[in-house]
Write a protein that binds this ligand. Structure first.
Ligand code: ASP
Length: 593
């Protein structure tokens, strides 16, 4: 197989430039593309650093071997760097002004024909890509994503180190941590019938580290949540987890904004701070979302004042229904799509139909040459609609999309419609990074199915001190000292100032329907720890996968994880989960025979 053994590579496939012309070099890598022109054979030789063209002349010692080489073979090629003639320069490659003329060639390993081409950017079924992830990972797009992920994580580590944080590992085999998902359990062999849980987050451990005096903690860590399958969730994902002693919201915001600047700088983007802050209620009203996408503008406005006391009939009726009241009362709200007054009848009908799929009855209105036209002309009247367009910030040539009904439905439907319209009007540029803090979250949310209150974040979140008196009497009104960082419609970080007193923590558990005995059994160690001098503290966790996906302009986090699972929570390459030996099950006391 060998004409001569080359035992080391002198350069990577992305290194050589015109300054290297004349040098003897040895390159090693994968054959990306083969072009056999009879007298000359060209290979594009690839590694993760780049592609270099190598040339084998007919009649040279390497020529016979070269004829056998196929794409994805691993070869070593030794030769001299030569400059390319002006007409053969490849301006697309950093190495495009040179080529290496080969005198000795070695096939280091052969390769089967890959199930999809590595050298073309073709659409390949995701299932095939995941099954052959090692081949998929050879493709430049994924290599670029993983390199960026490394740089972003490194920038975060450096930033936190400079800011006095210590990276401390917390256990993977542990007890359940309540983040609202199901636990992955690991049966204990040694202790029959007992289980470890994989951490949904290191929440309790990082708080215990504060109690232990490590005043600034960070960890880039894996979290495990057995959630119902959703398109872009992974059963294991990575957080940059942070906790700070003697923290206030302002301290956390400052630390986080600095970290974002550092990570975005590592990806070549300048970020301006401080980030705007929006209260939860305002976010829900103006954007119909608790993770608003600020890019398209298109703020949702209140149109009720236009109608004063003369409510359109259907709203007047809805106002008295108990269901409407439980969904926040009546609302009439809408947003302007700038310049969309010229939409065709078909486009408008499509928007109304989309509204129906999103759960609501949408109407539109616009001012044209013939005055106001609207799908709700009869119900609302031209004069009021003209006013409504003005109130929403529109003018002739724009389009008002609006809806009336119960507040919660209106906010939700308009929020989703707004994003849909913004997307189809190309108003969502991936590189337009618009951050905002969402604050003033409710502490609890009502769980209709179980007929009880759940924590909106997690049970360790502190209520606002002025709301502590309302905990029992009006849980819905209690606001949390919690904050999320939203970026372009995604939540990229979330955290809170914590409860640091054992009595308040016990009280919070009780309100969540966790009895004292249950709290003792599940979190006794933590409640005990809280009684030994706990500093006030707070923190946050960033979703690293999502941040990197947004930085890479990818819509799926699977594109920035080397070995992700499918939306069905399966590792197609390794074939996990899988059945295990009966012997293992017996040892783990799961099977008796
Ligand atoms: N543990 C929380 C989470 O995983 C983050 C935090 O409160 O710091 O969402």
């Amino acid at each position: 197989m060998t004409t001569e053994t080359s035992s080391y590579r002198s350069h990577t496939c992305g290194a050589l430039r015109t300054g290297d012309v004349g040098q003897s070099v040895t390159l090693m890598g994968w054959v990306h593309r083969v072009r056999d022109l009879g007298g000359l054979i060209f290979f594009d030789l690839r590694d993760r650093h780049g592609i270099t063209q190598v040339v084998i002349r007919a009649g040279s010692a390497a020529a016979d071997l070269a004829a056998r080489v196929r794409p994805e073979y691993v070869i070593a090629a030794r030769g001299r760097v030569d400059s390319r003639s002006a007409e053969t320069v490849n301006p697309k490659l950093p190495t495009g002004e040179i080529e290496v003329v080969i005198d000795t060639l070695e096939i280091l390993n052969e390769a089967k024909t890959p199930p999809f081409p590595i050298n073309e950017d073709t659409q390949v079924a995701e299932e095939t890509r995941l099954r052959y992830r090692y081949l998929d990972l050879r493709r430049p797009a994924l290599q670029k994503n993983l390199v960026l992920r490394h740089k972003v994580a490194l920038a975060a580590r450096r930033y936190f180190d400079d800011a006095g944080f210590l990276e401390i590992e917390t256990p993977i085999l542990t007890r359940s941590t309540p983040e609202g998902a199901r636990d992955y359990l690991v049966p204990s062999r040694v202790h029959r019938g007992e289980f470890f849980a994989l951490p949904q987050s290191p929440q309790i451990f990082k708080q215990i580290l504060m109690i232990a005096g490590f005043d600034r903690y960070v960890q880039i860590t894996r979290c495990f949540r057995d959630e119902d399958l959703r398109a872009d969730r992974q059963p294991e994902f990575t957080q940059i987890d942070v906790e700070i002693s003697f923290a206030t919201e302002e301290i956390v915001y400052g630390v986080v904004e600095g970290a974002i600047k550092a990570m975005w700088a590592a990806a070549g983007h300048a970020v301006e701070t401080p980030f705007p802050r929006i209260g939860y209620d305002e976010a829900m009203l103006k954007y119909g979302s608790d993770k608003p996408d600020l890019r398209p503008g298109m703020i949702i406005s209140d149109l009720l004042p236009v109608f004063g006391d003369e409510l359109p009939g259907f709203l007047a009726e809805a106002q008295s229904s108990a269901e409407t009241q439980s969904l926040g009362g009546i609302a009439l709200r809408g947003f302007i799509v700038p310049g969309a007054g010229a939409y065709s009848r078909k486009q408008l009908d499509d928007l109304v139909a989309l509204g129906t799929t999103l759960g609501g009855r949408i109407a539109w209105a616009r001012i044209g040459d013939a005055g106001v036209t609207s799908s709700g002309l009869k119900v609302f009247g031209a004069e009021r609609l003209e006013k409504a367009i003005g109130v929403a910030g529109g003018k002739a040539g724009d389009l008002l999309l609006f809806m009336g009904g119960a507040m919660k439905n209106v906010a939700d439907t308009l929020g989703r419609l707004r994003l849909h319209v913004a997307k189809s009007a190309n108003l969502l540029r991936a590189e337009d990074f618009k951050f905002c803090w969402v604050t003033e979250f409710p502490l609890f949310e009502y769980n209709q199915d179980e007929k009880r209150w759940d924590s909106m974040h997690h049970p360790f979140t502190s209520p606002r001190p002025e709301h502590v008196g309302l905990l029992e009497s009006n849980p819905a009104a209690v606001r949390a000292r919690a904050y999320d960082l939203a970026l372009n419609g995604s939540e990229i970080a979330g955290g809170s100032i914590r409860i640091h007193r054992a009595d308040v923590q016990k009280h919070a558990f009780r309100l969540l329907g966790i009895s004292d005995e249950d709290a003792k059994a599940r979190f006794g160690f933590f409640l005990d720890a809280l009684e030994f001098g706990t500093p006030p503290h707070g923190g946050i966790a960033f979703g690293l996968d999502r941040m990197v996906a947004l930085l890479c302009g990818e819509s799926s986090i699977r594109e920035v994880i080397a070995f992700p699972k499918t939306a069905q929570a399966v590792d197609l390459m390794a074939g996990a989960p899988s059945e295990v030996d009966a012997k293992q099950l017996r040892e783990l006391h799961i099977k008796s025979s």
